[in-house]
Design a protein around this ligand. Sequence first.
Ligand code: FE2
Length: 216
Amino acid sequence: MTAAAQVRDSDSETEHVHQLPALPYADDALEPVISAATLALHHGKHQKAYVEQVNRLTKGTEFAQLPLDKLVIRVANDPEHTELFNNAAQAWNHTFYWHSLSAERGVRCPEPLAAHLKSAFGGVAEFQDQFAKAAIAQFGSGWAWLVLDGGKLRILTTGNAHNPLPSGAKPLLTVDVWEHAYYLDYQNRRPEYARAVIETLLNWRFASNNLQLHLK
Ligand code: FE2
């Protein structure tokens, strides 16, 4: 299965029912950086609610047969479908976030991703520092992203549910900076959460697979 396919549910000829995807690791696999309690709540309550809302809002509509990524792009920037966009984007973003993290520690950033990070940011460590600064600086709820945009790597942040898909930029990694992602473990200390996640949990293989997919 490709990296992109992991976060996309399949097209269906009949009405589409979106499923809450299983986490790619156990609830306690990211401890001590992210506790089992946070992960269970974040996945089992927050993301589950977004998925259920998407099913409620699409049932019997023209949107019912769209997979999640196509649905997000279709209703982005449409003021008539703000609630659907918010829930669909949040359902997609969270699955991408779970895969952006890894329970396997000490994996080196593979080529050619490392070379691209060096070219864009000066190196892997420099990217991590700039990525953390962007995540910390995002005002209010949102997301920090590493994207491939016009053949180059860029860091960007989005507010609330927004993501890069409607712009055409290709996400490689994301970090959730909504308070629900860290409040149980870090209270209001977003910098501690962002730096710990970015320095120890980023899933380089996932980012690398996404890069290779989008460079083709
Ligand atoms: Fe979240």
